[in-house]
Design a binder for this molecule. Structure first.
Ligand SMILES: C=C(O[C@@H]1C=C(C(=O)O)C=C[C@H]1O)C(=O)O
Ligand SMILES: [Mg+2]
Length: 466
């Protein structure tokens, strides 16, 4: 195991304390160490007692970046409706101001990183379902493991106040040693058993699709995504680490995320990137249009070809391409995308998929891009504002963080947000799963219903219900 120089932390910490005294406010000290290999899931599990409720996990489909956070050195949260992206950005900048960052590495996702996201629609009336998540919620962890380009790094973040002294750093050193030594311990835990599933108002949902289709036939709205909920009851507390491990084994081609807040846990395996930023390079994804997987290779191929040529799905997809292109054009000089969609095949479903690449202007921050893109017509509809209002009006579900941007930004401004679909909210011995689908003027409510059922599958399987 790599041993971390402990005197260094004290010296750096005392520097931060003296600058906190000089400035009369808390100052962040962040240090990054390169480590020997650490298994990311065991790092997450090692926080299951001490940092329960204060953990996050992130992995992109190709595992370019894996980030796990334990503990909270700072929380940025608000229920502000207007300018919420800008507000988070301001808070983030304020937090980083005058911070002391000891990071000799160039890789992304090291040093101060904030992880979190935004609710789908801050104007939707909140139910108790999402009472543990503010509309904008980001966590800056105390300890963070980053695996990037096959290298392992540990970031330690300490907020130093004018009243702190060396005892703070002795405490942190002890905590960090404890954390690293607890990694070897086995985590063993009996999975909770699923005892009941309840679809929330399926008939009413189909009816609302039928009514919406009528509206779409003669109004200015072109597409609206409608979602529904599946409530699950277990015989015991559902443990995030068990579900995460299942997702890791079952849905490795997706973004995997866990975001704990106040005792609840939002978790999922989404195939959909909203936006990634690396320097001035921007990557986004148009994903809309769905069909099931085949039971044989032959059937799967036929289904894929059917999807690629299906007018309803091509239209549903086309709205997303149109909007993402326009949204990125506001901040990007060059936008490159293929003319036709291709297929994205994941375990339970295949989608129409168009990747988009852009070069953005220097002043375009990742959160600004998120603001411009959210919600794309893959989750909201077209026109954007009208569709969001329609959803607010007719959808029974309180989406909370479902179908919304979730991801991370590092202190250099690089990062990535996914759209948090194929997800669920764990609440003790219960959980809610969410799934939606793009309704267009020639949608059929029965097949949209089947499509949403299919989209529950990844989470349902991970929770032991399939
Ligand atoms: C809304 C969801 O998925 C979205 C809707 C799709 C569709 O209607 O074809 C496809 C991919 C996603 O953009 C969901 O999974 O809940
Ligand atoms: Mg669809």
């Amino acid at each position: 195991m790599v041993t971390i120089q402990e005197t260094e932390l004290k010296e750096r910490g005392l520097l931060a304390v003296s600058s906190a005294r000089r400035l009369g406010r808390p100052i962040l000290m962040s240090e990054v160490h390169k480590m020997d290999t650490i298994d990311p899931l065991s790092f997450f599990n090692s926080g299951s007692e001490r940092y329960l409720g204060e953990r996050f996990y992130w992995k992109d489909p190709s595992e370019e970046v894996v980030i796990i956070g334990l503990g909270l050195s700072k929380q940025i949260q608000s229920d502000q409706v207007t300018d919420r992206f800008f507000h988070v950005e301001e808070e983030w900048k304020k937090f980083l101001q005058d911070s002391l960052i000891f990071n000799p590495y160039k890789e992304n996702g090291l040093g101060p990183v904030m992880f979190g996201g935004f609710s789908f629609d801050p104007l939707k009336t909140k139910t108790t379902l999402w009472s543990k998540y503010a509309d904008s919620l980001f966590h800056i962890p105390k300890y963070m493991l980053t695996i990037v380009e096959n290298q392992t790094f540990l970031t330690t973040n300490i907020v130093c106040t004018p009243n702190d002294d060396f005892t703070l750093f002795e405490k942190v050193i002890k905590e960090r040693v404890q954390l690293l030594t607890s990694l070897e311990q086995d985590f063993d835990c009996k999975p909770a058993k699923l005892i009941a599933t309840k679809e929330i108002s399926p008939l009413q949902w189909k009816q609302s699709v039928d009514e919406l289709v009528k509206d779409l036939k003669d109004g200015s709205l072109k597409k609206v995504v409608l979602a529904r909920e599946l409530r699950l009851i277990f015989d015991n507390q559902v443990k995030a680490e068990v579900i995460l491990e299942n997702l890791y084994n079952q849905q490795r081609d997706s973004f995997l995320f866990v975001f704990e807040s106040n005792g609840d846990c939002f978790i999922g395996a989404t195939p959909e990137r909203l936006v990634k930023k690396q320097g001035n390079d921007v990557f986004s994804t148009c994903l809309a249009g769905s069909i099931k997987r085949g039971k044989t290779e032959f059937e799967d191929e036929i289904l894929g070809q059917t999807l690629l040529n299906d007018q309803k799905n091509l239209i549903e997809h086309g709205f997303v391409v149109e909007m993402i292109k326009e949204a990125l054009a506001e901040s990007c000089e060059e936008i490159i995308l293929p003319e036709k969609p291709q297929l994205m095949k994941i375990r339970d479903i295949q989608h129409l998929y168009t990747p988009v690449i852009g070069k953005c202007q220097k002043d375009a921050s990742l959160l600004l891009l998120v603001e411009r893109l959210h919600p794309t017509p893959a989750l909201g509809g077209l026109p954007k504002q009208e569709a969001v209002e329609k959803i607010r009006q007719i959808e029974e579900l309180d989406r909370g963080f479902y179908a919304a941007p979730l991801g991370w930004v590092d202190y250099r401004g690089n990062g990535e947000f996914a759209v948090s679909i194929r997800s669920g909210l764990i609440q003790g011995m219960e959980a809610s799963l969410f799934a939606g689908c793009g309704v267009v003027s020639n949608s059929d409510s029965e097949s949209e219903y089947m499509e949403t059922s299919l989209k529950f599958s990844p989470m349902l399987r991970a929770l032991g219900g399939k």
